[in-house]
Design a protein around this ligand. Structure first.
Ligand code: ADP
Length: 400
């Protein structure tokens, strides 16, 4: 049983083929610049450990990109399957499932039109994901497709957590509320954290820290609250996004600088966050190098980043009336051990007793970085969103 996982963006497409007998990824890659000049495909055969990057023939649309992917997967020397018959089903990552989807869903015409309709709330992501599904249905018509939403894990939030205090009609007519994001990662990581803690019924805060960053409070396997909102702009400060700000500041900057809503959106999503404060880069490794060199703005951005996360941890411990474990994941959460340590260092009042050695170096795998008798545990857990998408696809296609 092999599941192909597709993450389709407007001009890019990530893919991964997973063997469900052992949940191992056997091939993966990325198509970039679809529909733009100089498209690229990078591809990795993980069985033979070969990697290629090539500039394919024109890749004008997602159909050409997926066609190129299927050819590579079946290629005599580079491939991992003899024919597409070996692919049992396709799982697609979808950013926005709105209030419609509390779980992943087997694709039919109704499901795909809802994904398209929800493009109103995620204009950069949902139309591209829906296109990926439609292309797959056209290229491999006898295969089942499953859509897995970034938002569905967060659907357990109560109205008091997901409502914004705008006039009620903005919720009723425009569906403006908190939906959250990174749900597949939060679901996977909170499950592993509960296993490591040894109790399914536990209070866990997951910090998914990558270019995008979100914090989620998970009580007894259910989301109580999450930091991202209607869109992934809300919450903690990120690589290029502001995170939470006073909404009046947005209006003020627009008026003073004469910016259109679209321009302000770009400013808040692409030019802010670490990049906005530090300047040269949004990449956490560059930021850390800047801090090492004594760059004052790097130091400020780093301190702001850690402080906002710490504040959310405090808020969510209060929201759950307690805390058993904090799990760090994502490119920064998994690798920047110093950030994990600096975030947790001043959380002693919560009952966190860091292991100095384990919290001061990079460690492989899923590990605890607190002392054995620490009241609250801190873990570093490697996220695996693709595995979660493949698991849901496997489950739903077998049930049908
Ligand atoms: P995305 O949100 O795009 O999926 P990732 O989860 O891959 O992002 O995280 C990207 C971030 O992780 C970048 O800021 C990058 O600098 C940071 N990162 C990756 N590797 C390291 C590392 N070894 N040390 C510190 N930061 C790292």
């Amino acid at each position: 049983m092999k599941i192909l996982v597709i993450n389709s963006g407007s001009s890019s497409l990530k893919f991964e083929l997973i063997d469900m007998t052992n949940e191992k990824s056997i091939a993966k890659g990325l198509c970039e610049r679809i529909g733009i000049a100089n498209p690229m495909i990078s591809y990795k055969n993980l069985i033979k450990d070969i990697k290629i990057t090539e500039q394919p023939e024109p890749m004008d649309d997602h159909k050409m990109a997926i066609d190129a992917v299927l050819k590579l997967l079946q290629d005599d020397s580079m491939g991992v399957i003899k024919s597409v018959d070996e692919i049992d089903a396709i799982g697609h990552r979808v950013v926005q499932g709105g209030a419609y989807f509390k779980d992943s869903a087997l694709v039919d015409e109704k499901v795909i039109s809802l994904v398209e309709e929800l493009g109103e709330l995620a204009p950069l992501h949902n139309p591209a994901a829906a296109m990926g599904v439609r292309v797959m249905m056209e290229l491999l018509p006898d295969k089942k497709n499953v859509v897995v939403f970034d938002t569905s894990f967060h659907q357990t939030m109560e109205p008091k957590a997901y409502m914004y205090a705008f006039p009620y009609e903005d919720y009723e007519e425009l569906k403006v509320r908190k939906y959250g994001a990174h749900g597949t990662s939060h679901r996977y990581v909170s499950e592993i954290a509960a296993q490591m803690f040894g109790k399914k019924d536990s209070k866990i805060i997951v910090c998914h820290l990558g270019n995008g960053a979100s914090i989620t409070a998970v009580k007894n396997g259910k989301v109580v609250d999450t930091s991202m909102g209607l869109t992934p702009l809300a919450g903690v400060m990120m690589g290029t996004r502001t995170g939470d700000v006073d909404p009046s500041a947005v209006v003020y900057i627009m008026e003073k600088r004469g910016l259109t809503p679209k321009e302000m959106n770009t400013r808040m999503n692409k030019q802010s966050g670490i990049k906005g404060i530090f300047g040269p880069s949004s990449d956490f490794r560059d930021l850390a190098a800047g801090v090492e060199e004594g760059n004052e703005k790097a130091k400020l951005a780093y301190e702001m980043f850690c402080y906002k996360i710490k504040s959310y941890i405090g808020a969510y411990a209060a929201a759950m009336n307690g805390l058993d474990a904090i799990a760090f994941t994502g490119g920064i959460g998994e690798n920047a051990f110093y950030a994990r340590r600096d975030i947790c260092r001043d959380l002693t009042y919560l009952g966190i007793d860091l292991d100095e050695e384990k919290s001061s170096k990079w460690l492989p795998g899923n590990v605890e970085i607190t002392k054995e008798n620490s009241k609250v545990k801190v873990y570093k857990i490697e996220t695996a969103e693709e595995i979660m998408i493949a698991r849901d696809t496997y489950r739903l296609t077998r049930e049908s």
